[in-house]
Design a protein around this ligand. Structure first.
Ligand code: ZN
Length: 69
């Protein structure tokens, strides 16, 4: 069974940037090559530059930075 993915904005162990819809991971910024992904490649869940494929285990929710004192 796949673990429950965090929904919405996420990172790959603190690197890159992804957006999760259900079990679908859209790679926005690749954690391997740090490139903004092409929209067509992003929608397929891989990096269009280095063909990085995200692992579900690496996906972590983006921690909102609290600015309120
Ligand atoms: Zn890449």
């Amino acid at each position: 069974m796949l673990k429950k993915l965090p929904q919405g904005a996420a990172t790959f162990r603190g690197r890159g940037l992804a957006f999760v819809h259900g079990s679908h991971i859209v790679v926005k910024v690749c954690p391997e090559c740090s490139q903004w992904n092409a929209p067509r490649a992003a929608d397929t869940g891989v990096c269009g530059w280095c063909a990085y494929v995200p692992f579900c285990e690496d996906v972590e929710p983006v921690v909102e930075i609290e600015t309120a004192a």
